[in-house]
Design a protein around this ligand. Structure first.
Ligand code: PAF
Length: 281
């Protein structure tokens, strides 16, 4: 496994691979890797000759400077996990390498970027599109892999690939959960012992809400989830929306779409956790 820090080296290595007719798969990450990331690497190595992983904590997607500052950084541990997972190249650029000058591009993805995370984290998806478009341009992957925990992010990336007419297949991989149901996230390490003990309530409540659905209106299910979680003193629901899985627009009736997903963000103490649950597909 080669660890690469510059765009020039990355391009050189991958050019040689492509000259040898190798297909290139790509897993972009911000590091602090866990089994969820490794499942993406696994899918990538299975479906491609070469697997590239990037580790870069992208400053332009953080709307909260404190979140950027406290984002976990565990490079040595990450590299130790990637090598046995079959990764071939790890791209670990410095901020100056990716942003030699400010990226002033402003993307317009319409509603899908304005709701949920878009409404609560202004500029977040623009920053994601900036970095992922740069990474796709440098890596030129045939396939790229993202986790479904970031449900809205995948919709944004698909829209970006369409807008920029990029030739990459986007794969959405299922959420990996801890044995107690908590969705795996790099942010979980920031939970205190007490918060970590309480956090699985999010997934448990989403799961219970599926049994609650029959005969209930969409709004009743929303109220059930929000009330259950807000009753736990350590938790505060930022939003819970039940949306059309394609347009990400809120649905008011279960008959409005054949693909319906509930997306949630909850503060567990100071830690912002996201999760989602498919109600209909
Ligand atoms: O999902 C993430 O970890 C990041 O948003 C991504 C896609 C690596 C872009 O920085």
């Amino acid at each position: 496994m080669k660890v690469i820090h510059t765009i020039a080296d990355l391009k050189n290595y991958l050019l040689k691979e492509r000259q040898n007719k190798k297909s290139v798969g790509f897993v972009p990450t911000m590091g602090a890797l866990h089994a969820g990331h490794l499942s993406l690497v696994h899918a990538c190595t299975k479906e491609n000759d070469i697997c590239v992983v990037s580790i870069f904590v992208n400053p332009t997607q953080f709307n909260d400077p404190r979140d950027l500052e406290t984002y976990p950084r565990t490079l040595n541990k990450d590299l130790a996990l990637l090598e046995p997972a079959g990764c071939d190249y790890v791209f670990v650029p410095r901020v100056e390498e990716m942003y030699p000058e400010p990226d002033t591009r402003v993307f317009d993805f319409g509603t899908i970027a304005e709701v949920m995370e878009g409404a609560h984290r202004p500029g977040h998806f623009n920053g994601v599109a900036q970095i992922v478009s740069k990474l796709f341009t440098f890596v030129e992957p045939d396939d790229a892999y993202f986790g479904e925990k970031d449900f809205q992010q995948i919709a944004i990336i698909r829209a970006m690939v369409r807008q920029l007419q990029m030739n990459v297949r986007i794969h959405a991989c299922p959420i990996l959960r801890e044995p107690d149901g908590l969705a795996m996230s790099s942010r979980n390490v920031r939970l205190s012992d007490e918060q970590r003990q309480k956090a699985p309530l999010i997934a448990r409540t989403l799961k219970e809400s599926i049994n609650f659905v029959p005969g209930k209106k969409v709004q009743e299910v929303i109220d059930f989830v929000v009330t259950t979680l807000n009753e736990e003193p350590v938790m505060r629901v930022e939003y819970f929306e039940i949306v059309d899985g394609y347009s990400l627009e809120s649905v008011r009736d279960w008959s409005e779409s054949d693909y319906i997903v509930g997306c949630i963000t909850v503060y567990c103490g100071e830690v912002r956790l996201i999760d989602n649950m498919t109600y209909k597909r």
